[in-house]
Design a protein around this ligand. Structure first.
Ligand code: ADP
Ligand code: MG
Length: 621
């Protein structure tokens, strides 16, 4: 999620200084780790030559098992064997209760907002459990690469919100992994196919995994993937294929379906999954459950899962509609996830897209491989002119307004490139110059944010306060460079600066800034409210003082004059009280008291302006 300066031009390290950088696909069902070695990208295997690490963690009497070992006990030790923990990442207790039917765990009572899963070894949070998976992969990688890892890119679903992304980062930190950045899974898959280096255009990434279906429509523009639309179904995947097949098996064996729903019947699910995977390359497969044994054909399997596949196609079409794209406009469709091996899935997607989807890279490994390429680039292992892929801004960008307040112009997590304009006005009568301070951060007060640059707009025509129109435009290009320009609209005078918003800001600093903004949200709001009232009081006070000075004697009776002078004095003293509500009340009172005076000044102003002119001159406008 971060916008990092990757390496200075011409400073790519020598080959012997190559950093140990990996990409990690932290999946719901399976996880993998990959790296780039001598220019080629590969997933790393365990000692037995297996690429995939099942995302399963089991708490045993003697310790912790992760992966195949844990998966092997999922049936008999289901309460201590945690599967699909990704579904709980960054979720509150409330969200989790709705997953109760899907996940058979006991959730522990806890003070924290995070759900804790009760096991024989204690209660663990999803972050801790995910950390075990990440740690196992990181150890595999550092053994294979011969040393400590320098950093990793970890993938997350495109729809993951802040909380889910943050939880993923926390898990990595717990596992002792330096996270270069999180990368959207569909973007990673597209990068694995090298689409970031290809022609610009729109692509779709169809990801059918074990428990989830994600469809993403991305637009590639100058090496940057912009997410145009995402969709899918968080409760639809290969597991559901298993379930319908398991249901069929139970029917054949003359056993009721109730067991399936309770989640206690993992044995028939395991058998169904085995059969399903075998059917990808075989037309007939034998199956057994308990005393029963029989055969299942590909044709029968297709019939069973067809409604599920059709459901994914509906989501696909909806995402295309949301993105404003026609199926025939798709440049490529990338297939991701183990379940896209099912021949029926491939056929149906090809039919919808009107072209063969990309399947040449193993759909289990493609996300990890793309992440590895990205990690390699972020580590500075590639030369500077190669891929630099930035998709969102990590912190909001804005500018200082009166009273030391931060006004956000581009909010964090906005996809780049992006351009946003906002109009501002002058604070004082006759103001001819304006200082623009460019800020980065989430806090309300200028001083709590980072100042990126400062420049001035001069030559604003002298107009009454609030009449000049100044448009400030923020633009972040595909390289993450921010330029800010300010233009006075009636005269066209303008001024601008170019800044590198992220330069020197580490991921940790970004995290800290975000954390600060969350913990200080309430006090920030109060501070902002007070500053706004103080600014308004100053503005009114100054305007009234000037008005009394120039026209007070001429337009007011002596009583009126001294009443307003004392109003002004009151306003100034309440202004210093630090009480936003009191200041507001006083502002309203003084504004009302000076209404009549303001009206007389306006009439006189018009008369003065008209004197010496023929009325005709003004008829046109
Ligand atoms: P996730 O992204 O959820 O971790 P994966 O992308 O690893 O999941 O996909 C896991 C799913 O892919 C499982 O449902 C598994 O049964 C299925 N799968 C793996 N290999 C095959 C195959 N050869 N044929 C059909 N389905 C398969
Ligand atoms: Mg996946």
């Amino acid at each position: 999620m971060s916008l990092l300066q990757i390496s200075e031009p011409g400073q790519a390290p020598e080959p012997h200084q190559q950093k140990r950088a990996v990409g990690i696909d932290l999946g719901t069902t399976n996880s993998l780790v990959a790296t780039v070695r001598s220019g080629s990208t590969d997933t790393l295997t365990d000692l037995e030559g297996r690429h995939i690490l099942p995302s399963v963690v089991r708490y045993t009497e003697s310790g912790i098992e992760v992966g195949h070992e844990a998966w092997a006990h999922a049936v008999e030790d289901s309460l201590n064997t945690i599967v699909s923990v990704k579904r709980l990442m960054g979720r509150g207790l409330k969200d989790v209760s709705t997953l109760g039917g899907v996940l058979p765990y006991q959730f522990a009572e806890s003070e924290s907002r995070m759900p804790l899963i009760q096991t024989r070894k204690g209660a663990f949070s999803p972050v801790e459990i995910s950390a075990e998976i990440l740690r196992t992969l990181a150890e595999r990688a550092s053994e294979s690469l011969g040393g400590e890892l320098d950093g990793a890119v970890i993938t997350v679903p495109a729809y993951f919100d802040d909380g889910q992304r943050q939880a993923t980062k926390d898990a990595a930190r717990l596992a002792g992994i330096n996270v270069y950045r999180l990368l959207n899974e569909p973007t990673a898959a597209a990068v694995a196919y090298g689409l970031d280096e290809g022609a610009e255009g729109v692509i779709a990434v169809y990801d059918l995994g074990g428990g989830t279906f994600d469809i993403s429509v991305l637009r590639l523009n100058k090496g940057v993937f912009e997410v145009m639309a995402t969709g899918g179904d968080s409760a639809l995947g290969g597991d559901d294929f298993d379930k319908v097949l398991a249901g069929w098996i139970l029917d054949q064996a003359g056993i009721g379906h109730d067991a399936l729903e309770s989640g206690s019947h993992r044995a028939v699910m395991v058998e169904a999954r085995r059969a399903k995977e075998a059917l990808t390359d075989n037309d007939t497969v034998s199956v057994s459950h308990g005393d029963w044994s029989g055969e299942v054909t590909k044709a029968l399997f297709n019939e069973l899962v067809e409604p599920l596949v059709t459901k994914t196609l509906r989501s696909f079409k909806r995402a295309l509609r949301d993105g404003g794209v026609k199926a025939r406009d798709l440049q490529e469709v990338v297939m991701v996830g183990g379940s896209t091996r099912v021949p029926l899935v491939r056929d149906k997607v090809a039919e919808l897209a009107g072209k063969e989807p990309l399947t040449s890279i193993d759909p289990d490994r493609v996300v990890a491989m793309g992440a590895a390429r990205q990690a390699n680039a972020l580590a500075g292992n590639k030369s500077a002119d190669e891929m630099l892929l930035l998709d969102v801004i990590p912190l909001s960008l804005g500018l200082e307004t009166m009273g030391g307040l931060m006004e956000k112009v581009i909010h964090r997590n906005t996809t780049i490139p992006v351009s946003r304009a906002q109009e501002f006005t002058t604070y004082k009568d006759g103001q001819t110059a304006m200082a623009v301070q460019v800020l980065q951060g989430e806090r309300e007060l200028v001083n709590d944010n980072r100042s990126l640059a400062r420049f001035e707009l001069r030559g604003i025509p002298p107009l009454p306060a609030g009449s000049a129109k100044i448009r400030v435009t923020f633009q972040v290009d595909a390289d993450g460079l921010l330029s800010v320009s300010a233009e006075e609209l009636s005269t066209g005078v303008s001024s601008s600066v170019v800044v590198k918003p992220s330069y020197g800001l580490s991921d940790d600093e970004i995290t800290r800034m975000l954390r600060d903004s969350q913990t200080s949200a309430a006090s920030d709001r109060d501070a902002r409210k007070l500053r706004e009232q103080e600014v308004e009081a100053d503005r009114l006070g100054e305007a009234l003082a000037v008005a009394l000075d120039t026209d007070g004697k001429a337009l007011l009776s002596e009583e009126e004059f001294s009443a307003l002078v004392s109003d002004l004095r009151n306003l100034k003293s309440v202004r210093g009280s630090g009480d936003a509500d009191a200041i507001k009340v006083e502002i309203e009172r003084v504004a009302k008291a000076s209404d009549a005076f303001a009206a007389r000044r306006m009439n006189q102003g018009i008369r003065n302006a008209l004197s010496g002119h023929k009325i005709d001159e003004f008829k046109e406008s």
